[in-house]
Write a protein that binds this ligand. Structure first.
Ligand code: ATP
Length: 309
């Protein structure tokens, strides 16, 4: 069958799912296959040009296309892109479970089991992203969506950057100073790495830093470094000024509580939140942390099981 380019008229647009700085996302059904539900991101061409977002839209599209090739479950899949006179359209996997941040707000904190479930899926996905030469640069719970079974999908690659295989395999992963474009602040204050703040440097390890911030947030309910304004947040980051609340009353998904955070988790986060990115734990060492004992990282079925089924 000859491939026909999709257009907006191939879909029935349903409710709005949300909007971002340069797009609005709608739930949409494929008119030719009513069982296929997508999230279609609609970006107004005029708005993108006016707000100088062309670069971000282009990066997002190219990165999603690159990452979609291997069907990794942890990446929101881009199925079609098309445009008309007014808009650009991205037809994406519909994340029926919404944002991970909303789930976290609902439960206030995650218990150890749920934190481990999401952390394992994040590690597997971040490892995949890096293996393709991509640094996400804006990992945070808002950029993690959930399917209806509670499997996560990383989204929002508008701030991503790519590095060549040679750079990835280079002398040391820590010499990976992706591109000059990394020298400006991208990302979100609470998750930004100290090397970006101190040396305008962004490496694959900067994503691992953000991952460490998220693990902390799962258990404590807020990111480890948060000041009253961005500058104070940055000061806390470069001073590694964070503490665990020893008496935190955590309500887990079943409404039970666990007062004490497992020291193994605290130890894992300590190895991630290291100022010097040369000393920071690598993904492969992270996978060997005692908190993940019993996980067979090659058993994708086990890693990618849902939580709501
Ligand atoms: P910004 O672009 O400013 O960083 P954003 O990434 O939240 O913001 P969008 O990607 O346009 O912006 O997403 C807007 C909202 O739509 C998201 O916050 C999310 O709630 C929802 N959304 C985005 N993608 C999907 C998806 N694939 N499935 C379900 N909901 C989605």
């Amino acid at each position: 069958m000859k491939y026909r380019k999709r257009t907006a008229s191939d879909f029935v647009f349903k409710e709005e799912l949300g909007h971002g700085s340069y797009s609005t996302v709608y739930k949409a059904i494929d008119k030719h296959d009513l069982k296929r539900v997508y999230a279609i991101k609609v970006c107004s061409k005029a708005h993108i040009i006016r707000e100088a977002k062309v670069k971000y839209v282009t990066i997002e599209k190219n990165t999603l296309n690159l990452l979609a090739r291997e069907n990794h479950p942890g990446i929101v899949k881009l199925y079609y892109t098309f445009h008309d006179a007014d808009n650009l359209y991205f037809a994406l996997d519909f994340a029926a479970g919404g944002e991970l941040l909303s789930l976290l707000h609902k439960y206030r904190t995650f218990n150890e089991q749920l934190s481990r479930h999401f952390t394992i899926q994040l590690i597997d996905t971040v490892e995949y992203i890096h293996s393709k030469g991509v640094i996400h640069r804006d990992l945070k719970p808002e950029n993690v969506l959930l399917d209806k079974e509670g499997r996560l999908m990383i989204t929002d690659f508008g701030a991503a950057t790519t590095v060549t295989k040679a750079e990835l395999d280079g002398e040391s992963r820590n010499d990976l100073n992706a591109t000059n474009s990394t020298s400006s602040f991208v990302g979100t204050a609470e998750y930004v790495s100290p090397e970006l703040l101190l040396y305008n440097k962004c490496t694959t390890s900067s994503d691992i830093w953000a991952l460490g911030c998220m693990i902390y947030q799962f258990l404590e309910g807020c990111p480890p470094f948060r000041g009253s304004n961005e500058l104070k947040t940055f000061e806390k980051i470069v001073e590694l000024d964070y503490t665990w609340n020893p008496n935190k009353y955590a309500t887990n998904v079943n409404g039970n509580s666990n007062k004490n955070i497992n020291p193994m988790i605290i130890d894992t986060v300590r190895k991630v939140l290291v100022i010097d990115d040369n000393e920071r734990i690598t993904i492969s060492d992270l996978k060997r942390e005692p908190w993940f004992n019993g996980i067979d990282w090659n058993n994708k079925f086990d890693i990618w099981k849902g939580i709501f089924t």
